[in-house]
Ligand binder design. Structure first.
Ligand code: 23J
Ligand code: MN
Length: 258
């Protein structure tokens, strides 16, 4: 038996379960709010083409319009200026083998309950590794904050007088994850960077440093509380948009049921 036929069997018997890490996508799905001086990314709009009617008697379909970075979405290295000249840096050129990879889930939900702007630092990463084992090269690091449980734009974006407040990695935290040569970093928040990251040095370190190193991002993930700290397998193919900077996607995790 190959491991693939074992997997097929485990899926059929329920020993391996499929967990959906995707938020439902709708016109009210919140998108990131950048400072006024920058262009904004539009959320989803849906226009009906036909509904089993004069415009198409036996078929229903819609036209959709949305920014590439809407809802649960993938960030490709070309998204950031630091990744613009890398090979295989866009949604159509990323090697497909990189779109199936194991995940490590770092749970900061209790810290975030006390401090909405909590930052993942090298010390936090090392403490997690002491408990759960090393973060291997080629694996994802997903930040479980329970932020996806927030309902509505206001709570999800958490815009305050001095800008958005939400958790993410510190500059040193990003560098520590790069030392481990992860494939990418995922978050439940609207973007991979902390709300305050526009004021970090470098600004938006998760974008600047991960994408500059050819690493990927996943934003607006859900159901991270249903994953083990280690041992799940993520399936993360973005749309094959030519020169795409990212795209909405369905993120699936394979998990051994306990
Ligand atoms: C553009 C500028 C800043 C940020 C972002 C996009 C994202 O978070 C994103 O969705 O990639 S922070
Ligand atoms: Mn993005």
């Amino acid at each position: 038996m190959s491991s693939l036929s074992n997997l097929i069997n485990d899926l059929a018997t329920g020993k391996v379960k499929v967990v959906d890490l995707t938020q439902a996508l709708a016109p009210d799905t919140p998108v990131i709010a950048l400072p006024d001086m920058f262009a904004q990314s539009p959320g989803l709009s849906v226009e009906q083409i036909s509904l089993y009617d004069d415009k198409g008697p036996a078929w229903y379909w819609n036209t959709i319009r949305l920014g590439e970075h809407t809802g649960t979405h993938f960030d490709a290295p070309i998204h950031w200026i630091t990744g613009k000249d890398l090979a295989h840096n866009a949604t159509d050129t990323i090697e497909p083998a990189k779109l199936v990879a194991p995940a490590n889930v770092i749970d900061i939900s209790s810290e975030v309950a006390k401090d909405e702007g909590f930052l993942l630092t090298p010390e936090g990463i090392e403490a997690w590794e002491k408990e759960h084992g090393k973060i291997e090269a080629g694996s994802w690091v997903l930040l479980r904050s329970d932020w996806s449980k927030r309902q509505g734009r206001e709570a999800f974006l958490n815009l305050k007088e001095n800008g958005p407040v939400s958790p993410g990695p510190s500059v040193a935290g990003v560098k520590a994850l790069l030392e481990r040569n992860i494939i990418g970093f995922g978050t439940e928040c609207v973007g991979t960077d902390a709300g305050a990251a526009g004021g970090f040095d470098p600004a938006f370190p998760a974008h600047t440093l991960f994408h500059g190193a050819g690493k990927f991002g996943l934003a607006s993930l859900a159901n991270l509380d249903k994953l083990p700290a280690k041992g799940s397998l993520l399936i993360t193919p973005p749309l094959k948009l030519v020169n795409g900077s990212g795209s909405p996607l369905r993120v699936l995790a394979l998990v051994v049921s306990s």
